[in-house]
Design a protein around this ligand. Structure first.
Ligand code: PLP
Length: 471
């Protein structure tokens, strides 16, 4: 593509994205297509001859958009958000333009140094413990997601206790409400499922430290080797917050690696009043959160902080001749290829840096604060409405609730709402009951979207109940 054509098409592409974001809330939020439908709209074989960008863009509208679930719609309340924002999109664009591969400091020093800087900025912005700064023994690295970050922490923990020797006596801990990525990490690290102990939770769905103490004592008694624990701050199902300080006290004096997964809720710490999400982090060996969830930075962007980078690097570093270079050998630089599984890496810190500079601490805090305020109002409306009940405490911006009519009514309510295309909610099961989850955190959300969503939920619920004899 010649530079002039690139310029012209580039302007068109940015215009296309701008128009998409301006009008996204008019689209059905969840894709309303059947399996295979999108593929059937596309050419079955690759083009023999070059095609024009006009045709490619026409197909984007005709055949791709119908199969898009609009995560950037302010009516998207499902799962946790995967937020984008103007500055993040532009950061992605520039990173793609630069097209660097930042595996080593020497393969693009700016990529490494900006990543280290943005990690240290986040320590300031979120009020994290100093031990996570790169200027001491610790530091941070951008990973693709919280799952990869948890796996990296687990491998570092394994390295610290055992290297890669016999693994059969190792045991890890997390709560029954932890994200599935913890079990996936355990499996990937070569341990069996029963080497992960699932600690029961209390009535708020948070890990019970007394039950943890019993499990650790039993394992030690049996000659097993506790080595890793993941506590969750803002669990996926209900946003439960494990009592990290009390958990740290249980494993005090052992060499169990304490990893804290704040994938979604961690961003709340941009607001000083929500820094309860950081409680106990001064005792953690590692901590991760996803700016790609609630800090307006496009996928993929998780930041993993470690208090001591040495075991992580020991676990990940394998150096063939072709990667040797004077800067690495001098010991004066960071090579982020040694901080995770992949060798090659994109310039991910650029989009995060664009976001942090565009919003500033004030802008980030104001946006997150408005999401929490809208959620707390919604929680109060649910509490005041006899048709519904709240299914969990609501510390931040996720409301779990259900209709009092039972599982079947709730399942049908969820299906009808999502089929309507007007909004998108997801579900979970809490205390054995089907539960609706509503995450209020989309970059562009405003009060009117929450008002309309709540009105629709009530209307559709009434219709379902009216059509259900005996409900
Ligand atoms: N941990 C928690 C608490 C999560 O909620 C999620 C995803 O929602 C993850 C981990 C996995 O995140 P990722 O998709 O960034 O791997």
């Amino acid at each position: 593509m010649a530079p002039d054509e690139f310029r012209r098409r580039g302007h068109e592409a940015v215009e296309w994205v701008a128009r998409y974001l301006e009008t996204v809330e008019e689209r059905p939020v969840r894709a309303q297509v059947a399996p295979g439908e999108i593929r059937s709209l596309l050419a079955p074989t690759p083009p023999e001859h070059p095609e024009s960008f006009d045709d490619i863009f026409a197909d984007l509208d005709r055949a791709i958009l119908p199969g898009i679930t609009h995560w950037q719609s302010p009516n998207f309340f499902a799962y946790f958000q995967a937020n984008g924002s103007g500055p993040a999109i532009l950061g992605e664009l520039v990173a793609a333009g630069l097209g660097i591969q930042g595996m080593l400091w020497s393969t693009s020093p700016a990529a490494t140094e900006l990543e280290t800087l943005t990690g240290d900025w986040l320590v300031d912005l979120l009020g994290l413990p100093d031990r996570f700064r790169s200027t001491g023994a610790g530091g941070s690295v951008i990973q693709d997601g919280a799952s990869g970050a948890t796996l990296a922490a687990l491998l570092a923990a394994r390295e610290r206790v055992r290297g890669r020797e016999i693994l059969s006596d190792l045991v890890a801990y997390t709560s029954t409400e932890a994200h599935s990525s913890v079990l996936k990490g355990v499996r990937t690290a070569g341990l069996s499922d029963d080497q992960l102990r699932l600690v029961p939770t209390d009535t708020d769905h948070a890990m019970d430290p007394a039950a943890l103490a019993d499990m650790v004592a039993e394992d030690l008694q049996a000659g097993r080797r506790p080595f890793f624990l993941t506590a969750t701050v803002g669990s996926t199902s209900s946003h439960a917050i494990d009592p990290v300080a009390a958990i740290a006290a249980v494993i005090d004096g052992t060499d169990v690696w304490l990893h804290v997964d704040g994938a979604h809720a961690g961003s709340a710490a941009v607001c000083p009043e929500f820094r309860f999400v950081n409680d106990g982090l001064d005792r953690a060996d590692s901590y991760c959160f996803d700016p790609h969830k609630w800090l307006f930075t496009n996928m993929e962007c998780d930041v993993l902080f470690v208090a001591d980078r040495a075991p992580l690097i020991d676990a990940m570093s394998v150096t063939p001749e072709y990667l040797r270079n004077p800067a690495s050998e001098s010991g004066a630089v960071i090579d982020y290829r040694d901080w995770h599984l992949p060798l090659g890496r994109r310039f991910r810190s650029l989009k995060l840096w664009f976001v942090l500079r565009h919003y500033g601490a004030e802008g980030l805090a104001a946006t997150v604060r408005s999401h929490v305020a809208m959620t707390q109002d919604l929680a109060a409306w649910i509490d005041a409405d006899l048709r519904f009940e709240r299914a969990a405490v609501t510390p931040l911006n996720l409301v779990c609730f259900r209709h009092v009519g039972g599982d079947d009514v709730n399942q049908r309510l969820l299906d009808a709402l999502n089929d309507s295309g007007k909004l998108f909610l997801s579900h979970t099961r809490l205390d054995g009951l089907f539960t609706l989850r509503m995450s209020v955190g989309q970059t562009m959300i405003q009060q009117r979207h929450v008002d309309a969503a709540w009105a629709l939920i009530g209307e559709v619920a009434d219709e379902i109940v009216a059509a259900t004899p005996g409900a």
